[in-house]
Write a protein that binds this ligand. Sequence first.
Ligand SMILES: [Zn+2]
Length: 528
Amino acid sequence: MLPILGGVFLFLLLPLLIVIAMMAGSLAALGGDGQCVPIAGGEVGKPFGYPTKEHGIEQGWDNGNPKHTGLDYKVAAGTAVLAAADGRVVSVDGDWVKIQHDEGVQTWYEFLQSKKVHVGDKVKRGDEIGKSGSGDEGKPGISGDHLHFELRALMNGGNQFDPIDPTDQVGDAAPDPNSGGCGCGNGSGGPLIGTNNQQKAFNFFASNGYSKEQAAGIVGNMIHESGVEPARKQGSPPGSVTHPSDVVGYSGGWGIVQWTPAGKMITPSMEQGADDNKIESLEFQLSFLKQQLDGEGPVPEGDAGQQVKKAKTVEDAAVAFGRYFERFLGSDNLSNARYSQRKTAAKEVLQTFGGGAGGSTGGAGGCAGAGNGDIVATARSLAWDTLGQHPGVAKGDAKPEYQNAMPKYNGATTYTPYTDCGVFVATVMVMSGVDKEYFRRGTPSQRDYVRGSPKYQVFDNLNSVSELQPGDIFVNNSHTFIYTGNYKGGDGRTYNSVSASLGSRVPQASNAYFVLNGDHFSVARIKK
Ligand SMILES: [Zn+2]
């Protein structure tokens, strides 16, 4: 029943997989080195789920002679059999069901006594596809009631799916990064999202338990305190940098909220082992402030946090933060002009980043950062803003924000996943919250996906940039990228897109074009 493979062939499996993945312009959801997918917070996810609720394996993969080319789960006949990953049913034959997950990957399930699916059905990870039954494999496989499960990959010129050891590929999924609201996860180590510090700070608070109005109220104050410049010393001009160790004894203010005296924030941070670089980073200061507002840490300001959280409007939030946290000179007087300045700034922040005018695409922007509904802002936050200056293909070559986001929102692990164009586009779509269902990898499948999804309007014959809208997704069978509208890159050149390219560049600035390899791009646009 199971093909006998030569030992040498097995050694070739993974390199071949890589080659196939490159040829297909897509990547399988396999950890090529058998590693799981790390996600923020230290939790891990496996690319394939358990095929039954019982997780104990009676007989594992065996490379001996004879072989056992899958995993045997000893479950009573009639136990639900579950799809190991999202995909499409490609074969229901005898007691087998086979599901296609990507260009080159299938899972096979054997000894089903009944089937719930038909060829062509789309399934989700964990969906029941039928009931297990009974069978005799001969050793080393087992006999009697059980489920035989295989993971297979397309080999040898694309004609044959051969078995791969699934042992390290099966397990619990990574938690849904979008569950429970916005889930930007900055509090648990995710990237700050935004094209400037104002937006990053806004998204940080809007993703950490504050309403958009409250987040904007906080940032409106920061704008007047420091311009949201974390290394700014009181009285110094915009853009100036004063390092923590140079200002720790200063009696005036320093940092995004102008902690006063400067040592109020710097000293306890140094005592906890943070160095200058860390203390003057936006990430660190936002986390420090959040901790204060939570009423925790070395300098708690829990009352200020409570007052801000009571605010229903952006104006009230701006006043609450100024009055109870900043406590600037004259803050007792609520008609102090400084309040109206802060309210104005806060309203602008809300309007710009709160899903109103700032949202280029889709969604009401009910949530910021991850889930901000903004394809362009999310894409640009994950991509270098120049073309050609970051030619590497390793994780470390990608922008730090993308190094964090890709595993969390996509989970691709095989050959140079940080340069895979489809993985990049899918990461943006999932992370922005615009389309959490977006097909995770493989440009042909992604093209099929947008064409088949009611969420998208798809144009197959656009030829002019003037017909495009920011947030449009270009996809053909070998490449995909996101059109952003014009922006000035870090090198002063004008770009209008962001893209990655498998095996050659991590996400970065680029420009749109309409045909590649004789294949005209489809342009997918989220329907309003
Ligand atoms: Zn078996």
